[in-house]
Structure formats: structure tokens, C-alpha cells
Design a protein around this ligand. Structure first.
Ligand code: ATP
Ligand code: MG
Length: 441
């Protein structure tokens, strides 16, 4: 197929038949974040390249291999966001949000871009939901965002995810760890991949996150950070665990988790699924106490997480999770003749203004073709109006599911029938409805 009518490798269209799933998931995410006091922030899809190179880390896979970087017509180096955190930090500093009441709690949803090898659960355009909290040093904050991630997943009906927790310390205790890692990997330097040989001097911890099977095998027996934590970091980690235990959230400590971005300090965590094959991390996050300062803001202990929406949907599909049904068409108004067509335009507006989905013919087709269409789009009710219906102000409303027909007045009759049907669906009879109304008075 010609290039101009195929999508780019590693991208996907969400078609109308599936978009309700995305809407449901995104709504639940933002709603749940709202319950924890987080508000949505929207940052640009592209930023100055340095926003990412300087802050995600020069030796990370993301910066070394995966960024979509280009020169714009003004000869600026621009990068499509590979993740949100750096852009959000840039934004909260630029707009002085962190000069107000702390902590600042933000959340986001949107597309990210990474030049990776496309495969199941790994796209070049993918979507993340995430949160960032600025100005919170207490272990309770770490626990709060982990609990928030867990609530999102639970509210979406996802089961059987495991929460893996680790601490990668602060710059002080990490220096000793780096030395130990360097010693360990130096002994097997020639076996490491080229990128990791370079990382050995610049940032040995990055080798632990390499995807090459040989590096992975060597990294398997490397010393772990958790054995090198200073007293402060150890105490913080114990605090996070205590808060999670108090909230009844199960976790396992996995000393191997380091995360793929350089800015993390102390707590790091992942939610992992057994249901979606190799790309099994649905959510990853942690603390990044140095990042705000590094980006030109004040020293401000901060933290966050991001979850991959595509991977999340894969888990939901694998677990047959329930999505609320897509919005269906409540009523289709078929028309015969010009006068009826004009009336249908008005009737549809009356229905829509009451919150019902109403559709009429806009393709100029025969009544037979219109009814076929009504059937195909799954309209719950249909009616045909022509000159007779206009003259008598009555039409026959047909329930498409069971074939039942009722004669009703145009406009208010159709609307009343729609309300009745809504109550039927909710299985609320008039008496019950009255009770509910009385109760709420
Ligand atoms: P991985 O180890 O799988 O490459 P990562 O460490 O690069 O993940 P993060 O940068 O922490 O991932 O991004 C957070 C989440 O975003 C991941 O846990 C995953 O769910 C999702 N994600 C990351 N990269 C992709 C991608 N290329 N395609 C789809 N989802 C992705
Ligand atoms: Mg990655």
C-alpha cells in the first residue's frame, strides 16, 4: 500500500468502535486522581531537546536511542516528549506553581513518543497516565502515590498485579554503590554490549536496566543498592513499607528494580502483570528528590509515576474486564418527504437537548434504506414520519429489540417514551422512583 494511506509503524488508530474503552479508562484515571487531590496539567507534546537530555539522563536508553528529535524551521532542536515528568517539572517551575501551597499535586494523560522496536506492548506512539507531586518529603507521600496507582488499577477492575518495591538511595549512599558496581562489571567488561561498556564509566547503574540478554545475565548477580542504603534512606524506605502495610496493600521488595530514567532517588516501584507477556510493567514510578533543583527550581523533594495505557488495556482485555457499554443511539427518526425532514431536524434537537442520542437521515435515502441503517447502528427505537404523522401530530415508535410499537405524540411523546425506557433499563418502577425522589428532597 502507498505510504500516504498507511499509518506509521509503531502507531495505532483507536477506531470509533473501541474509543469508548479509552474514554472510560481515562475518565476513571482522572477521577481517581481527583479523589486524592490531584488536578490535571496539560503540557506540550514537544519541548526543547535539553528538557529531556538533561533531566531524563544522558546515559538512559530513552535519551541515547529512543527520542524523536528534529530541527524545526527556526533551527531549534525539538523533541517529542518521550515521557511527561521533565515537561511537567519545567512547567511547574516556569509558572511558579511550587511557590504556592505545597505539595502541588498534578496528573496527566496523553501521548508519548519513543523510537523503539515495535512489538506487543511496545509502541512508538503510546499513551501514559501519570501523577507528579512536588514538595513532599515524608514516606507517607510515597505511599500515597502508590496507593493512588493501585486505586486506579482496582477501579478499572484489574486483578492479579504485583507491586514491586525498591529503594535506590540518595546521591550520597549511591556513590559507594556505584564503586561496587564498577568493580563488579569491570571484571566482565568485554562481555558487555557497547552501550554498557560506555556506561561503565559514566553511570554503571544504567547497565542494570539494559535489555540485552548478556548484560541482563551479568547484571543478575551484581550487588544491589538496598545493601548500601544510608541510615536516612533506609529509614525512609521502612516508613514507606509501614504506610503500605497500614493501608493493607501487599508488595514485594525487589532489589533489582532500578527504573529506566536517571532522576529517581530513594523509592522506586512497579506494578507488573503476568497476563501480557514480556512487556509486563504496567506502571512505574518513584521519588526524584533532585530533579526540581537540577532543572533550575528550588530543592524540592518530589515524586510520581506513569502507567502505560496500551499495556493497561491489554491486561483488561486479557482479564475480560468490563467496560461500560458504548453509548448507543436512543432513537432514529426516518423521514418521508421534505416537510417531515425539516420536522425531524427539530425533533432530533429536542431529544438531544434532553440528553438523548437522536439521529435522522442526512444522506437523502429511501425509507427502506434509512430503516436498514437504523438497524445497523443499533438504534434502540425508531419511527417513520411523513405527511400523515405531521398532520396528526402522532407517530409510531418501535422498540427495535422486541418489535413492540406504541403510538405517541411527536416531540414530547417521543421524549416521554425515552424517559420511560430509561427507567425500564434502570428497573425502577414509578413507586420506587417516587421513594428515591422523596428521599432526596
Ligand atoms: P520498559 O522497561 O518496558 O521499556 P520504561 O522503564 O521505559 O519501560 P517508563 O519510562 O517508566 O517505562 O514508562 C512508564 C510506563 O509507560 C511503562 O511501565 C509502560 O507501561 C509504558 N511504556 C513505556 N514505554 C512504552 C512503549 N514504547 N510502548 C507502550 N508503553 C510503554
Ligand atoms: Mg523503555
Amino acid at each position: 500500500m502507498a505510504k500516504y494511506n498507511t499509518s506509521i509503524k509503531g502507531t495505532a488508530d483507536v477506531l470509533p468502535a473501541d474509543s469508548y474503552k479509552w474514554q472510560f479508562v481515562e475518565r476513571k484515571m482522572l477521577e481517581t486522581a481527583g479523589l486524592f487531590g490531584f488536578s490535571e496539567i496539560r503540557v506540550p507534546v514537544f519541548e526543547h531537546t535539553e528538557v529531556f537530555t538533561k533531566n531524563v539522563g544522558e546515559t538512559t536508553d530513552v535519551v541515547q536511542k529512543e527520542m524523536y528529535t528534529f530541527r524545526d524551521k527556526g533551527d531549534r532542536s525539538i523533541t517529542l516528549r518521550p515521557e511527561f515528568t521533565a515537561g511537567v517539572v519545567r512547567s511547574v517551575i516556569e509558572h511558579g506553581l511550587i511557590n504556592g501551597a505545597l505539595p502541588v499535586k498534578t496528573c496527566y494523560v496523553g501521548g508519548c513518543y519513543r523510537y523503539e522496536k515495535p512489538q506487543a506492548g511496545r509502541m512508538r506512539e503510546f499513551h501514559q497516565f501519570g501523577v507528579e507531586m512536588f514538595g513532599a518529603a515524608d514516606p507517607a507521600a510515597d505511599a500515597e502515590i502508590i496507593l493512588l496507582a493501585n486505586s486506579v488499577l482496582t477501579n478499572l477492575g484489574i486483578r492479579n498485579l504485583s507491586l514491586e518495591l525498591n529503594s535506590i538511595g540518595c546521591p550520597e549512599c549511591r556513590a559507594k554503590y556505584h564503586a561496587a558496581l564498577k568493580e563488579y562489571f569491570s571484571a566482565r567488561k568485554t562481555e558487555l554490549c557497547e552501550t554498557c561498556q560506555d556506561r561503565l564509566d559514566r553511570n554503571p547503574m544504567r547497565i542494570l536496566d539494559c535489555k540485552s540478554p548478556i548484560c541482563k545475565e551479568i547484571a543478575d548477580k551484581a550487588p544491589v543498592m538496598i545493601d548500601f542504603l544510608c541510615d536516612g534512606c533506609r529509614e525512609h524506605f521502612e516508613g514507606v513499607k509501614k504506610h503500605l502495610e497500614s493501608a493493607g496493600l501487599k508488595f514485594t521488595v525487589n532489589p533489582k528494580i532500578v527504573r529506566g530514567l536517571d532522576y529517581y532517588t530513594k523509592t522506586v516501584f512497579e506494578f507488573v502483570s503476568d497476563d501480557i507477556g514480556a512487556q509486563s510493567t504496567v506502571c512505574g514510578g518513584g521519588r526524584y528528590d533532585g530533579l526540581v533543583g537540577q532543572m533550575g527550581g528550588p530543592e524540592l523533594p518530589s515524586l510520581g509515576f506513569a502507567m502505560g495505557i496500551e499495556r493497561l488495556l491489554m491486561v483488561m482485555e486479557a482479564q475480560n474486564a468490563e467496560f461500560p457499554e458504548a453509548k448507543t443511539i436512543d432513537v432514529y427518526i426516518a423521514t418521508m418527504g421534505e416537510a417531515a425532514k425539516l420536522e425531524a431536524t427539530k425533533l432530533c434537537m429536542d431529544l438531544r437537548n434532553e440528553g438523548f442520542t437522536a439521529v435522522t437521515d442526512v444522506a437523502g435515502r429511501s425509507v427502506k434504506a434509512q430503516m436498514k441503517y437504523a438497524d445497523k447502528i443499533g438504534a434502540a427505537f425508531s419511527t417513520v414520519i411523513g405527511d400523515d404523522e405531521l398532520a396528526s401530530d402522532r407517530c409510531v415508535l418501535k422498540n427495535m429489540a422486541n418489535g413492540e410499537q406504541h403510538e405517541v405524540r411527536l416531540s414530547d411523546g417521543i421524549i416521554a417514551a425515552m424517559y420511560d425506557h430509561q427507567l425500564d433499563i434502570l428497573s425502577v418502577d414509578d413507586e420506587e422512583l417516587q421513594k428515591i425522589l422523596d428521599f432526596n428532597k
